[in-house]
Ligand binder design. Structure first.
Ligand SMILES: Cc1cc2nc3c(=O)[nH]c(=O)nc-3n(C[C@H](O)[C@H](O)[C@H](O)COP(=O)(O)O)c2cc1C
Length: 362
């Protein structure tokens, strides 16, 4: 039913520019116009991850709700968690429009938004206003384009949002802020992690609650560089790794807009991000939770991410093409799979295809 409604609505939304369509959708969510998920999630989908109780493993990825306008609507649509951001200390307008392109033939998007957002203060005010409503709401933090000390921008994010963030995602993998991904290079990563973790320790020593820290990485890291980066993340005890952000690769794209600059998301990203996820799952021996992101647009693809090693999932582009019924479809598919296999939880199937996926080319 919900799926057929979206099938009817999609042409009207796709007649607008991607950014206009997105704004319209977010406004609808702000006004409470969205399909509410009323059924309780199956117990088999629940899990305790980095100290938080997730009712189900599905979240909407960063970039959908950059300014914390609709975290409760995202939760209300049936997600187990929401992630707002990326937020930067100061508001910034991002790159000139147009800066999002639909690659319909490829079930993909290209975006070069460049961290357009209203800054810390505006997002913080919204999150403070909804604080008592509960639910898991992560805050994805980044750096301003013109910042002279990018590390400090992440530290500021941590300090400012600690009282309202269920967890943090340190985003060092957006391709649209020049030089940001250089923070993944071992020396720069080490310096950043040292500062971020020290800031968290100071907060805890001052009596604040300890918030989990997730690091979100790029799918374009060269194969040989993955292991040293993951080693550093483990050495600094990050709570989870999010794999992955958008890619600069244009392999296999058919759409004419594929020549536009920016990061590709959606189906073409699935293969690479899942192979990378599996390699990291094997390297970490499943000891660090992984958030599987990239090209999830169906129940079977969500299942594959978990079988490759994901503990939690996030999606964005799939939602644009499939609509909000995708959230329920994924949950049903996962539940059915667990019941058919007589498994009582997602941990029973996590990583069971990691060996096969880790051998796939990046
Ligand atoms: C329009 C758009 C904006 C995005 N903005 C952000 C962002 O601000 N921060 C971030 O960490 N990721 C951002 N992303 C990346 C997504 O969070 C996600 O990692 C990526 O799209 C892959 O997932 P998908 O294939 O399900 O879309 C953005 C993606 C899109 C399509």
């Amino acid at each position: 039913m919900l799926k057929s409604i979206y099938r009817l609505t999609r042409p009207a939304l796709f007649a607008l520019s991607p950014e206009e369509a997105h704004e319209l959708t977010v406004r609808a969510l702000e006004c409470g116009v969205y399909p509410r998920s009323t059924a309780a999630d199956d117990r088999a989908l629940s899990q305790s991850v980095f100290g938080l109780e997730f009712k189900n493993p599905i979240g909407i990825a960063a970039g959908y709700d950059k300014d914390a306008r609709v975290p409760d609507a995202v939760l209300g649509m049936g997600c187990g968690f929401a992630e707002i951001g990326t937020v930067t200390p100061h508001p910034q307008s991002g790159n000139p429009k147009p800066r999002i392109f639909r690659l319909v033939e490829d079930n993909a998007l290209i975006n070069r938004l460049g961290f357009n957002n209203g800054g810390h203060e505006a997002a913080l005010a919204r999150l403070e206003a909804r604080k008592d409503r509960g639910g898991i709401v992560g805050v994805n933090i980044g750096a301003n384009k013109d910042s002279v000390d990018r590390g400090e921008d992440y530290v500021l994010g941590l300090l400012r949002f600690n009282s309202v963030a269920s967890y943090f995602t340190v985003n060092i993998s957006s391709p649209n802020t020049p030089g940001l991904r250089d923070l993944q290079a071992p020396a720069a990563l080490e310096a950043l992690l040292a500062r971020v973790m020290a800031a968290r320790t100071r907060l805890i020593n001052d009596g604040a609650q300890k918030r989990p820290i997730v690091v979100k990485i790029s799918p374009d890291i060269a194969a040989d560089d993955i292991a040293p980066i993951v080693e550093k993340l483990m050495a600094y005890d990050v709570d989870a790794i999010a794999v992955s952000n958008t890619t600069l690769s244009r392999d296999g794209l058919k759409s004419s807009d594929s020549r536009e600059a920016g990061g590709v998301s959606g189906r073409p990203l699935f293969q690479r991000s899942t192979a990378m996820l599996a390699r990291i799952f094997k390297q970490t021996e499943g000891r660090i939770p992984l958030i599987g992101i990239g090209g999830i647009d169906s129940g079977p693809r969500a299942l594959e991410k978990i079988e490759a090693g994901a503990t939690l999932l996030q999606l964005y582009t799939g939602l644009i093409y499939e609509g909000p019924s995708l959230i329920g479809e994924i949950k049903s598919h996962l539940t059915k799979t667990l019941h058919e296999g007589r498994q009582t939880n997602l941990a029973a199937i996590r990583g069971r295809h990691a060996d096969v996926w880790a051998k796939q080319p990046l």
